[in-house]
Design a protein around this ligand. Structure first.
Ligand code: FUL
Length: 489
């Protein structure tokens, strides 16, 4: 009896491998991202544009009592100029604030009179940010999305103890916005809420709500995804998280589960981090006399980039348009300068010219292979994989002649979960003797992408190391590590 049951179990297991897993794919490490979250993560680096009533009141938070005619741009706002510029800066898309906490809508909307149509300014009446932003982004091949503040200081309904705000204002606004393009990649649902505001009345009052209950997010998410299936609902939306600071850094250890800078290795849902940071000195909105951060330096944009995009977070970098409705020239120049630095430092990948090997590779499936060469074939859908259960492995890249290299980037195949817990990098000038690189860097997690400067320098261009070979040692992982791309710059 015992013997029979063991035999049939063995048969069953064999059937599972041959019939259910003909590609011999690695077993997943849960939780897994939704495909829309993987697409979202691939956006990596995008711009944020805070423009609206506050641009004209020199404030950061309005209170909803502002006269519509205060919004009076000196030209019709030009989102195409914003997007053309950030494209040159190496950004892959942008998010426009179309309603901040003050409730003023930058598009003609059926949901409130507190919008561009009610301003006495002709330029305001000709403003429709979501329409023009989406059209320009599509034309320029950029991803796009909107920030619509759930907290609304101008609405009489906000926080009134009924579902009126959700039913009559917020949900219809989200639906109006989602209709500006079914291919939006993100909608920003900021968590700020409550406090003194006008709420449609004649004096300041205080109201508060419980956001999880009040905004009925599961239902809202469902409705939005029917219109824009790839739109990740950030923040209160629950599909991507705030990284936990506005200073432009994620933890060196950064899991795509959990919350905050570091995430949580054991978090139950995929909840990847987005870092929102300001490129200017004053605030999120434009303020006269502000300066733009430099590319290099301790507080520089390059540092922010490496500490976010280089640490498994996305970076949404804010550039405020001014009262003309365009980005000021100092901002434009800095964005172009940053784009040039990015192309110089991470523009030419030398990994595809290397011979690449791995200490272990799992058996081929019916049509798939898991060869080390998958990591340098430029195809993010093919990946290298050792056997299930292997949690330590080495990848070696060797060049015919020594290369001058500064950065290594590693990308896990996150479709099957985030795995790596510890790794290190070694370089060799002669291909025989190896020395540790990036010794000051905490090489723990990788996730979607990790960028490692070989000399550890994150405040300016790294100095080059002579590399005949590079060795990447994975020393601990939740299960077998899977990489779809390794790059060397
Ligand atoms: C915060 C808001 O309160 C700020 O005004 C700004 O929009 C920032 C990006 O998010 O929570």
């Amino acid at each position: 009896m015992g013997f029979c049951s063991i035999a049939s179990q063995a048969q069953l297991q064999q059937q599972t491998i041959t019939l259910d897993n003909p590609e011999n794919e690695p077993r997943p490490v849960h939780p897994l991202p939704h495909p829309r979250q993987v697409m979202w993560q691939e956006t990596e680096f995008y711009a944020f544009f805070h423009f609206g009533m506050n641009t004209f009141t020199n404030r950061e938070w309005g209170n909803g009592g502002e006269s519509e005619s205060t919004f009076a741009p000196t030209s019709v706002p030009n989102p195409r100029q914003w997007l053309e510029t950030i494209k040159e800066g190496g950004m892959n898309g942008g998010i426009a604030v179309v309603k901040h906490h003050d409730g003023f809508c930058l598009w003609p909307t059926a949901t409130t009179t507190h919008c561009v149509s009610s301003s006495s300014s002709a330029n305001a009446q000709n403003t429709n940010i979501p329409r023009d932003f989406a059209a320009a982004a599509k034309d320029l091949g950029l991803k796009y999305g909107f920030y619509v503040s759930p907290w609304d200081c101008s609405s009489q309904y906000w926080g009134d103890g009924t579902t009126n705000y959700l039913d009559k204002v917020f949900l219809p606004q989200c639906e109006e916005l989602a209709k500006y393009g079914s291919d939006q990649f993100e909608m920003w649902f900021d968590g700020a809420s409550g406090g003194q505001a006008y709420y449609g009345g004649s004096s300041l009052t205080t109201r508060s709500i419980d956001p999880d209950v009040y905004y009925d997010m599961p239902n809202l998410r469902d409705k939005m995804h029917k219109i824009a299936p790839n739109m990740v609902m950030w923040g209160l939306g629950g599909e991507a998280r705030w990284i936990g600071n506005e200073l432009g850094w994620a933890g060196e250890t950064c899991w795509s589960m959990g919350d905050g800078e570091y995430g949580d290795e054991n978090g139950w849902k995929w909840h990847p981090g987005e870092s929102d940071a300001r490129a200017t000195s004053a605030g999120w909105f434009w303020h006269s006399g502000e300066s733009v951060k430099s590319v290099d330096g301790d507080d520089g944009l390059w540092n922010i980039y490496l500490k976010t995009v280089g640490r498994n977070a996305t970076l949404i970098l804010n550039f405020p348009p001014d009262c003309t409705g365009a980005l000021p020239s100092a901002t434009v120049n800095r964005i172009k300068e940053f784009g040039a630095a990015l192309r110089d430092r991470l523009g030419t990948d030398y990994a595809p010219n290397a011979a690449i090997t791995a200490s272990e590779t799992r058996a081929d499936g019916q049509t798939r292979t898991y060869a080390a060469s998958n990591m340098i074939d430029g195809d993010k859908t093919t990946y290298w994989a050792p056997n299930d259960g292997t949690t330590a492995a080495t990848i070696t890249l060797t060049w015919d002649t020594p290369q001058q290299l500064r950065y290594v980037t590693l990308m896990e195949y996150i479709t099957l979960g985030q795995r790596v817990k510890a790794f290190n990098i070694e370089v060799s000038a002669d291909g025989v003797n190896f020395e540790s690189a990036a010794t000051g860097v905490q090489t723990t997690t990788i996730g979607y992408k990790r960028i490692i400067p070989l000399d550890g320098n994150i405040t300016s261009k790294a100095s080059a190391k002579t590399c005949k070979a590079i060795r990447i040692n994975i020393t601990d992982a939740k299960d077998c590590p899977l990489f779809h791309t390794v790059s060397c710059y």
